[in-house]
Design a protein around this ligand. Structure first.
Ligand SMILES: [Zn+2]
Length: 268
């Protein structure tokens, strides 16, 4: 693995550790909830890297259509991790009685912000799949900033400001749960391909002189499709020529659109 990936993991872990330490030593509940989201983020990152790798494995005897959908494992683990910390955060807030926030919490919040800033910078620099992680994790920076303000105001004015900050961060975890959950669910339900791809398939088959009677395409994973098409060909058409054309079309669609198509031919 790239050395930068290890660095991102270390930065994320240290960021979470610093925040949890600060909250235990100096009383901030905002820092506590922020630390929980850092750990959930880290677990999600590890799971996403792992499942992304296995999803790229070529088809084998037990997964003849490929391993693409194993990629959803990352989202599943994220949902469990964020769900778990949402529960802990809720309980912590529910059972918090009047407390004091010490101004030292500020240093821990700042350190957390810095460590996450670096992790995101590295992710964006690696690019590709890590860019998505980096963009997703930018929310950690916003959370750190909310924490920073809550911690300072909580120490200077009232613990209630820190408490309200913590409630805001907890609500945000629930929002993330909802949004990851919704996205994952809708990616798994065999939705059809975008209209553009359906029309392209129709166009290329019709251009070669076939008549389409049925076409079904489903989305297997992001930008990967599987489907079947039923076409009519005239008896006057040369059979060898037709088979060659179909083979070429299948190859074209597979290479250009990641679409694996099963073709059924009716003669008339
Ligand atoms: Zn397999």
């Amino acid at each position: 693995m790239n050395i930068k990936i290890y660095l991102i993991l270390i930065l994320g872990f240290t960021g979470g550790l610093v925040k949890i330490l600060g909250s235990i030593l100096h009383g901030s509940r905002s820092l506590f909830v922020d630390a929980l989201t850092s750990f959930a983020n880290l677990v999600s990152l590890l799971a996403t890297i792992y499942f992304y790798r296995v999803s790229r494995m070529p088809p084998d005897h037990d997964h003849p259509y490929g391993h693409y959908r194993l990629g959803f494992g990352g989202s599943f683990v994220s949902l469990i991790a964020y769900g778990y910390v949402a529960g802990i955060a809720s309980m912590e807030l529910l059972y918090s009685i009047e407390y004091t926030v010490e101004l030292e919490s500020l240093y821990y919040a700042l350190a957390g912000l810095l460590l996450y800033g670096l992790a995101i910078y590295l992710s964006l620099e690696i690019g590709g799949f890590f860019k998505a992680y980096g963009l997703f994790t930018i929310s950690e920076l916003y959370e750190s900033m909310v924490t920073l303000i809550a911690v300072v105001a909580g120490a200077l004015y009232s613990y209630l400001i820190d408490y309200i900050g913590a409630i805001g961060l907890t609500l945000y975890i629930f929002y993330e749960l909802f949004s990851i959950g919704r996205e994952t669910f809708y990616s798994m339900i065999d939705k059809t391909a975008p209209q553009q791809l359906l029309e392209e398939v129709k166009r290329v088959f019709e251009e070669m002189g076939f008549q389409i009677t049925d076409l079904r395409i489903r989305c297997i994973a992001s930008n990967i499709y599987h489907g079947d098409i039923r076409i009519k060909m005239y008896r006057t058409m040369d059979l060898n020529n037709a088979y060659r054309l179909i083979k070429e079309l299948k190859k074209y669609l597979k290479e250009k659109y990641n679409l694996e198509l099963v073709v059924e031919i009716d003669l008339h």
